[in-house]
Design a protein around this ligand. Structure first.
Ligand code: ADQ
Length: 481
């Protein structure tokens, strides 16, 4: 079966049983084949829209006064609906409640939270606004909402009388009850999440925390994966997001054949040293600072043995905490380069630009060590992409944070699992990975690639849609409201 046929088959599976879907996320893909894709979500949802006729609604990236019409355009079999979010509430919603309160709380980093009651109002207003816009598509069979930006969106849709199945997939982790308690209006927020028929999480850890939060904060129990509230039934399930491993493997072998300028100049810069790679949004949850410190330790012990290519795409640049983090990472990179580099050799190559997926795949393959050390992460697709891009006969080694969702998929016989807050541990793992015998590398890698192939991004979206569809005939209405 060719890769294209396999993909068709999987998309068909995602469509079962003939469901007309509305997908809602804060941002939508650019759909420009020449633009690098900086997210796994775009790669997952684009085929659904192009070939299955789904409608994908999200922010246009422009702000308005709240009266602009939806900009609806065709895309393949489906449609893309762009929305100008209201200027008045955008900052409180996006930079405020979503990214300065929910994001750090969901990643169990309460010290990073900057609470403001006013931001919660803006968050609610934007959710109401998006619900109003989504009402335009009320004839769709089911609605699939993405991420922490829209925890109360399902409730907003139901207030407007939408009675189709609505599901939410949370790409981030979910924290323990004592952390959730620090989120302003956390009870109201969690109550509103019970308007969804299906709540999807990345890992068992998140599911367990959500269950504990329902118990502690709302006095509700999840039994057999279902929580019953006054509204009805909500199913809570795990859908660990994957990637398209064939796509990465193919890109890695194809682009090696091509003469990519960046790659050939990289080989020169290595000057005989091995390569380690880190690819992250420049976000304080990703543990880039501790990783750089750890890398300094590796160089102190084994001078000039290894180069770290750290790709760090700037993110949420309007938020102060992100500006500080960026400055901090930059100064750490300079320090390590000054201490351990020479005029003609730099141990850390620091890149901020986006790369195409083909380039990334090729860089992953060139690297003997993949360093993925977030303090906490919903899943972390980079860990999976790194594995998928490796040469089966000479694969590299993944150094992985215990606190990434991906560590629930990969155990210590596969990746080298580390505590991302301990530079010594990371340094020891990088060094062990760089010097690991080929036989052991192959053994670890085979086990990981089998797992990636067994549940791809297409399986993930098909699985969620199938589960959501069950609410068309089942749970809804069986419990008195
Ligand atoms: P992110 O926090 O963005 O995702 P991650 O899962 O690593 O983190 O995904 C990042 C994606 O962007 C990867 O596909 C990567 O290849 C790509 N990318 C990063 N930098 C890039 C660059 N400079 N050029 C090109 N591409 C780049 C959120 C959650 C994660 C969860 C995902 C999916 O925080 O925990 O795994 O959603 O659910």
């Amino acid at each position: 079966v060719s890769a294209a046929q396999q993909e068709d088959h999987l998309i068909e599976a995602a469509l079962q049983p003939n469901i007309e879907l509305l997908v809602i996320s804060n941002r939508i893909a650019t759909f420009d084949p020449l633009q690098p894709k900086t997210g796994g979500l775009a790669a997952a949802l684009e085929p659904l829209v192009e070939r299955s006729g789904a409608v994908w609604m999200g922010s246009s990236g422009k702000l308005g006064d709240g009266n602009e019409p939806l900009d609806i355009g065709p895309h393949g079999e489906g449609k893309v609906a762009k929305l100008d979010l209201p200027r008045e509430h955008y900052s409180g919603y996006y930079e405020g409640f979503a990214n300065s309160i929910l994001w750090p709380a969901l990643h169990s980093l309460p010290d990073r939270m900057a609470a403001s009651a006013k931001d919660y109002e803006s968050y609610r207003e934007i959710n109401k606004f998006v619900a109003g816009a989504a009402f335009h598509f009320r004839d769709r069979d089911a609605i699939w909402v993405h991420d922490y930006h829209f925890l109360p969106l399902g409730a907003g849709l139901q207030c407007l009388g939408v009675d189709k199945p609505i599901g939410l997939f949370l790409h981030t982790p979910w924290p323990a009850p004592d952390i959730m308690e620090r989120v302003p209006n956390h009870r109201e927020l969690m109550q509103s999440m019970l308007a969804y028929d299906l709540l999807g999480f990345q890992t068992n850890w998140d599911l367990d925390n959500f269950r504990a939060c329902l118990h502690t904060h709302l006095g509700l129990e999840v039994e057999h994966g279902i929580v019953i509230s006054a509204r009805g039934q909500t199913r809570c399930q795990k859908f660990p997001i994957g990637i398209d491993p064939n796509q990465f493997a193919q890109h890695a072998s194809e682009s090696l054949a091509k003469q990519d300028l960046y790659i050939s100049s990289l080989q020169k810069k290595l000057n005989g040293a091995k390569l380690a790679i880190g690819v992250d949004r420049l976000d304080y949850t990703k543990g880039i600072d501790v990783r750089i410190e750890a890398f300094g330790q590796v160089l102190a012990a084994e001078p000039r043995s290894i180069v770290l290519l750290q790709i760090a795409n700037p993110s949420r640049t309007e938020i102060e905490a992100y500006k500080d983090y960026k400055r901090n990472v930059e100064s750490l990179v300079s320090r390590v380069n000054d201490e351990h580099g020479t005029d003609e050799w730099r141990p850390i190559l620091y890149e901020n630009d986006p790369f195409t997926r083909a380039q990334l795949a090729c860089l992953y393959r060139a690297a003997r060590v993949g360093v993925v050390t977030p303090l906490r992460d919903g899943m972390n697709l980079v860990a999976k992409e790194y594995v998928a891009a490796q040469d089966p006969n000479d694969p590299g080694v993944l150094v992985l944070s215990k606190f990434a969702g991906a560590a629930e998929d990969f155990d210590q016989n596969e990746a080298l699992l580390v505590d991302p807050t301990h530079p010594d541990e990371i340094a020891a793992a990088i060094s062990k990975a760089a010097n690991m015998p080929r036989e052991e590398r192959i053994q670890r890698w085979r086990s990981m690639i089998n797992k990636l192939e067994a549940y791809t991004i297409h399986d993930w979206s098909a699985h969620f849609v199938r589960e959501l569809d069950k609410s068309r005939v089942g749970a809804r209405g069986t419990v008195p409201i």
